[in-house]
Structure formats: structure tokens, C-alpha cells
Design a protein. Structure first.
Length: 104
């Protein structure tokens, strides 16, 4: 695979990569992503797991959804959230591997 040209990265991709890292740099959003990696959850379940208010979780989920990191579906009267795809979790696993290497 050929690496992308520097011009392409500077003009189009760098800002998008930066946005993704900003999204996953927030501890609450990061915790939500880890929870959703295990299973699909409602706002209430996420709020309970993180001991936070549902309104705060809803705000973070909206931000994650806008960034296409999570998706939702309606089940009855509830919205159920899940990861939009597993690419983001691959990045998180790489970071965790990096951290564990430094701990040795």
C-alpha cells in the first residue's frame, strides 16, 4: 500500500484525523465507546454504568453520532446505541497495546 501524499494529508485528511482524536480524547466519550464495544446500550444503561446524568450522556452520544463514531436505532420507545463501525476500536486497542508495552 502506498502512503498518501503529504499534500493530500495537509489539505484534506489532517483536519479529519484531528477531529477524530479530539472526539476520543474526552474521558466520558472514551468510556462510552468502550461500553458500546461490549454491547448495544440505551442512554439510561450508559448513564447508570458511568454514574452520570442521562442528559450528559445524551449530549456526548449526539457528539459521537455527529462524528459517525456511534449509531442509533429505535427499539420501542428507546434509542439503542452501538459503535458505527469497529475501526475506531482498532485505534483504541492499538493505544492500549502501546500503554501496556510501556508498563513492562
Amino acid at each position: 500500500m502506498n502512503p498518501p501524499s503529504t499534500a493530500l494529508l495537509k489539505n484534506e485528511s489532517i483536519q479529519e484525523v484531528s477531529k477524530i482524536f479530539k472526539m476520543i480524547s474526552d474521558p466520558t466519550r472514551l468510556s462510552i465507546l468502550f461500553l458500546l464495544h461490549k454491547q448495544e446500550l440505551s442512554v439510561g444503561s450508559i448513564a447508570q454504568s458511568l454514574s452520570m446524568e442521562q442528559s450528559a450522556i445524551s449530549h456526548q452520544l449526539k457528539t459521537l453520532k455527529t462524528s459517525r463514531l456511534v449509531k442509533s436505532k429505535r427499539v420501542g420507545k428507546s434509542m439503542i446505541y452501538s459503535l458505527d463501525d469497529l475501526h475506531i476500536f482498532s485505534i483504541l486497542e492499538q493505544v492500549l497495546t502501546h500503554i501496556k508495552e510501556k508498563e513492562k
